[in-house]
Design a protein around this ligand. Structure first.
Ligand SMILES: Cc1cc2nc3c(=O)[nH]c(=O)nc-3n(C[C@H](O)[C@H](O)[C@H](O)COP(=O)(O)OP(=O)(O)OC[C@H]3O[C@@H](n4cnc5c(N)ncnc54)[C@H](O)[C@@H]3O)c2cc1C
Ligand SMILES: *[C@@H]1O[C@H](CO)[C@@H](O)[C@H](O)[C@H]1NC(C)=O
Ligand SMILES: *[C@@H]1O[C@H](CO)[C@@H](O)[C@H](O)[C@H]1NC(C)=O
Ligand SMILES: *[C@@H]1O[C@H](CO)[C@@H](O)[C@H](O)[C@H]1NC(C)=O
Length: 605
């Protein structure tokens, strides 16, 4: 779906570039080259996890993970001068390379990604090597928001009202909208009353737009999908993408929320620190602190008020299970002492993304010159500042306002990227007979995202050793209904390219080299295609869901772990049901809101 740039190592210098241009040329050339040969780690063996712990003292709050949620929490809680806060992050710092939105695919092949793949899949990822999809997760200050595709989407009002219906008071759209707006410093001209202007987090459109943006909008208009502000009064329709960028540079939770807070003396941030366990007193069932390992040694640190786990929807369940909180049978099998039996790691929700909708056209895009592209980036515009040009949201059969499908439109970029095959983990057939046959100067593609799947996956432990990666079982399309919903979205895109605007550029479907045994364009054909050529949009959530009962939820509506005192989970894992869009803005909203809940509980406004 994403606008990808081919970076050539040997470029002709038309004019003598400025020093800054020079710096970026070298940076981009070096990092994109490294990414192509970078070997992802398979364990956490870089950390000294088996040493005897040394005492690291005591803090009011310990936050595990400086990702989207952790950065916001650390920033907001350290506003209280009296509180001493320790923020522990396994990864390192952000830099000038990950600030470039257009470079996001390359970040997955760097130390900023944990390096996970899914377990071999039975119903999805069938066109991928070993039937495994990548499951990238950010590993640095900013977490996944430091490597993500910067799409800024909040989801639908009804998504949050549903959270309330599921037993979580306080999370209705009316109650969470102020927190979305609190974070935001929006430069877009959207619907009045829906956008914050004075927050820490920049939201902009990227410029300029391709000629084909108007084709996309006109075609959608012909099918009653109007041009709207999808973060405004209604979500169904299409729009230029709203991006979390500032003057064209990435705004991660780190750069937006943490950079300033780190100047405070009551906030200590330790990078390169893997939290290996939450210490929970077995008698009192209270979280007393954590253990963490750096590359050199291991530490123990205590929390006088609370431990806040913000390690993300894959690592948080791993950490809780290593600490004795999880499904009893699973923990016992691995020899872990069970302190609280809860469905940790179950209910893994994702947003499946189908990649098989590319169309040849007779439009021709100009490739951009590398120097010019960098000059543009330094001015805050151009292809390096963007990841996806336009998004659309589509009703399924539902009569309410909640979309079932999101679609992203990518006009031809003029050049192909060597990293895509690695990023999709396509097998040789899909690389040779599909990816390599596409024409980057004239093909347009749509990526289709299923917003509310019924199938559920899981995160489980491989062993009781924190050095081992967890098992990530996506299990997409176990439910046939999910395939049906996806096929409706495919039918819509096929209708879209039949409209006059797309026919004027002679859009024609590019055949896919799988599922030839089925009648082309039949339900069976698409069902098979979807299972072969779908990955995720990188939105794992729900693995420590909030709710009322200990049978099917892990935290309550103030994100306290059921049955354990002084322990909260604050990250994408707490979503009780899927939201109608990418997850980052919602995670940041959750952290903003819980920071206020915590302040109130301790008597601060
Ligand atoms: C490639 C990619 C593209 C995406 N694109 C978009 C997009 O365009 N728009 C959007 O809205 N969303 C997108 N997302 C999703 C979004 O970024 C995430 O949902 C969001 O960042 C999750 O926030 P979090 O706080 O739950 O976890 P994270 O941001 O992942 O933070 C977890 C942090 O904890 C640290 N950590 C983990 N375990 C430990 C441990 N044991 N000890 C210490 N530290 C630990 C991690 O290193 C990380 O920094 C994307 C995600 C990815 C990976
Ligand atoms: C679009 O809406 C109009 C007016 O409501 C209706 O007549 C028409 O059938 C709709 N077209 C499509 C493709 O849904
Ligand atoms: C349209 O595309 C098809 C398939 O690529 C091709 O056969 C045909 O000649 C094209 N027509 C025009 C008018 O470009
Ligand atoms: C592209 O194809 C359409 C027909 O589908 C044709 O009308 C148009 O002239 C073609 N344009 C170019 C530049 O070939």
């Amino acid at each position: 779906m994403f606008l990808l740039l081919y970076i050539t190592l040997f470029f002709v210098r038309v004019v003598t570039p400025s020093l800054t241009t020079d710096y970026y040329q070298t940076l981009i050339s070096e990092r994109t080259t490294q990414a192509q040969v970078y070997e992802l780690p398979e364990t956490n063996s870089e950390f000294a996890t088996s040493d005897e712990p040394t005492d690291f003292g005591s803090y009011d709050f310990i936050i595990a993970g400086a990702g989207s949620a952790g950065s916001v929490l650390a920033s907001r809680l350290s506003e209280i001068d009296d509180w001493r806060i320790l923020l522990l992050e396994a990864g390192g710092e952000e830099d000038d390379f990950n600030a470039i939105p257009g470079m996001f695919p390359y970040l997955q092949f760097s130390e900023m990604n944990w390096g996970y793949y899914t377990t071999p899949q039975a119903n999805c990822c069938l066109g991928m090597r070993d039937y495994k999809c990548m499951a990238p997760r950010g590993k640095s200050i900013g977490g996944s928001s430091a490597i993500n595709a910067v799409l800024y989407v909040r989801g639908n009002a009804e998504d949050y009202d549903k959270w309330v219906q599921l037993g979580n008071p306080g999370w209705s759209y009316e109650e969470v909208l102020p927190y979305f707006m609190k974070s935001e410093n929006s430069q877009i001209r959207g619907n009045g009353g829906y956008h914050g202007k004075g927050g820490f987090w920049g939201v902009e459109h990227a410029t300029p737009y391709s000629d084909l943006f108007d084709v996309f909008v006109e075609a959608n208009d012909a099918l009653n999908q109007s041009n709207i502000d999808y973060n405004g009064a209604g979500q169904i329709g299409v729009s230029k993408t709203q991006l979390s960028i500032k003057h064209g540079k990435r705004q991660s939770a780190g750069t937006a929320f943490l950079d300033n807070a780190r100047k405070r003396s009551n906030l200590e941030v330790v990078t390169g620190a893997l939290v290996t366990r939450v210490n929970i007193n077995e008698e009192t069932k209270r979280a007393e602190g954590v253990e963490f390992a750096t590359k050199e040694q291991k530490f123990r640190v205590s929390a006088t008020k609370e431990v806040l786990v913000a390690a993300g929807a894959i690592n948080t369940p791993q950490l809780l299970m290593l600490s004795g909180v999880g499904p009893a049978k699973h923990l016992q099998e691995l020899g872990i002492n069970v302190i609280a039996e809860l469905p940790v790691g179950q209910n893994l929700m994702e947003h499946p993304q189908f990649l098989g909708l590319t169309f040849h056209t007779n439009y021709s895009a100009q490739g951009s010159n590398f120097d010019d592209t960098i000059e543009q980036y330094l001015q805050g515009s151009g292809p390096l500042t963007s990841t996806a040009e336009a998004l659309g949201f589509l009703h399924g059969d539902s009569i309410d306002g909640t979309p079932t499908i999101m679609y992203a439109f990518s006009p031809p970029s003029g050049s192909s990227s060597p990293i895509v095959a690695r990023m999709y983990n396509y097998n040789d057939n899909l690389i040779e007979n599909y990816l390599n046959t596409l024409n980057p100067s004239s093909d347009v593609s749509f990526s289709l995202i299923l917003l509310h799947q019924k199938s559920r996956g899981s995160v489980t432990l491989k062993s009781s050793n924190p050095i081992d990666f967890p098992n990530v079982d996506l299990n997409m399309f176990e439910e046939e209904e999910d395939v049906d919903d996806f096929v409706k979205g495919i039918d819509f895109v096929l209708d879209l390219v039949q409209t006059d605007p797309f026919q004027r550029i002679n859009a024609t479907f590019v055949d896919i080299p799988v599922c030839g045994e089925f009648e082309k364009f039949s339900r069976e054909f698409w069902g098979c295609a979807v299972r072969h050529m779908s990955m995720t949009l990188y939105h794992p959530c729900g693995t420590t869901a909030m709710g009322l009962s200990e049978e099917n939820s892990v935290v309550d509506s103030s994100l306290k772990v059921h049955g354990i005192a002084s322990l909260r989970v604050v990250d994408a894992g707490i979503f009780p049901s899927t939201i109608s869009g990418p997850t980052n803005a919602a995670v940041i909203m959750v952290a903003e809101k819980i920071a206020d809940v915590i302040k109130n509980e301790y008597g601060f406004k």
